[in-house]
Design a binder for this molecule. Structure first.
Ligand SMILES: [Cu+2]
Length: 107
């Protein structure tokens, strides 16, 4: 567990992402658990991510030859969270912890 944390920290601060592209956009969500769910899903795919639960703004850095911007949004939507470009998967949303059931994006 501790090793995983060190790995994530190392990856975040010293990771060498090829062809890096950084973007910021809004991800709907509530709390620290949402932050963990969203960031972990992205980090597992080699994407650096930091979501601010107050502003709801995420900053992502990814390999622009490996992923399109849309693909990044879809990684997040699969976990049940709405972004500016896609709607969170409804089934995943239903399975979120009660405190994570944020107010959905207005279409
Ligand atoms: Cu939450």
């Amino acid at each position: 567990m501790l090793q995983n944390i060190y790995f994530i920290l190392l990856f975040t601060f010293f990771g060498n992402i090829d062809n890096p592209k950084t973007e910021t956009f809004k991800v709907w969500g509530n709390c620290g658990m949402c932050k963990k769910t969203i960031e972990t899903a992205l980090k597992k795919k080699g994407v650096e991510a930091n979501w601010n639960k107050k502003s709801k703004i995420i900053t992502v850095t990814y390999d622009s030859l490996k992923y399109t911007s849309q693909a990044i949004h879809e990684i997040i939507c699969k976990t049940g969270y709405d972004t500016e470009k896609c709607r969170g998967n409804d089934e995943a949303y239903e399975n979120l912890h009660e405190c994570c059931k944020y107010d959905r994006r207005k279409e």
